[in-house]
Design a protein around this ligand. Structure first.
Ligand code: ADP
Length: 165
């Protein structure tokens, strides 16, 4: 049987516990989950792709069928095809996410009808959590210890102390 491979694309700026839990749950559903760190978004990132990759790789190291790679200058469906992935994984927190993800999934289906988008609902305790909110709170020294992996918290502290200093 061919392996069931899912690509989880995102900006992950930074990777949060919401992302991590989505990946953990997906790791039971698929033979392999490839986290694709997208570098071609319009958002101005805080972390460089190599930093994101290192953080995600360390945060997911106990999940043996999960790996992170960089994805740039190509459509997610083309990247998925290149990896032999038949699934695109996304997460949704609320109705706003749903409407956004529904459009992306529909567009991806036009581009690649053989690839299925699988959407997991965010757990309630992380449903408010976004990378941008994390950056805002971290910038002003707020407590994010239950919301991001420990290595991400450390990296955020460093980023913001560098910026001040
Ligand atoms: P993008 O810029 O592609 O939306 P993100 O890194 O913000 O990248 O998110 C990647 C995926 O993870 C998206 O499908 C997003 O909806 C989902 N996601 C973001 N935050 C959470 C969360 N707290 N819980 C579950 N899924 C989330």
């Amino acid at each position: 049987m061919t392996a069931r491979i899912a690509v989880f694309p995102g900006s992950f700026d930074p990777f949060t516990n919401g992302h991590l839990e989505t990946v953990q749950r997906a790791s039971h559903l698929f033979d392999e989950v490839i986290i694709a760190v997208m570098t071609n978004t319009s958002k101005q990132p805080l972390f460089q792709p190599a930093e994101k990759l290192a953080l995600i790789t360390a945060a997911t190291k106990s999940l043996t069928n999960v790996r992170a790679v960089e994805q740039s200058n190509e459509l997610t469906v083309d990247f998925a095809r290149s990896q032999g992935a038949k699934f695109i994984l996304r997460g949704i927190r609320n109705v706003k996410d749903f409407e956004y993800e529904r459009d992306i999934a529909a567009m991806n289906q036009v581009q690649a009808p053989e690839i299925e988008t699988i959407i997991l609902l965010a757990p309630k305790r992380y449903a408010f959590l976004s990378s941008s909110l994390i950056k805002e709170v971290a910038k002003f020294g707020g407590d994010i210890s239950t919301l991001v992996p420990a290595n991400v918290m450390q990296a955020l502290k460093q980023k913001f102390s560098q910026k001040e200093g």
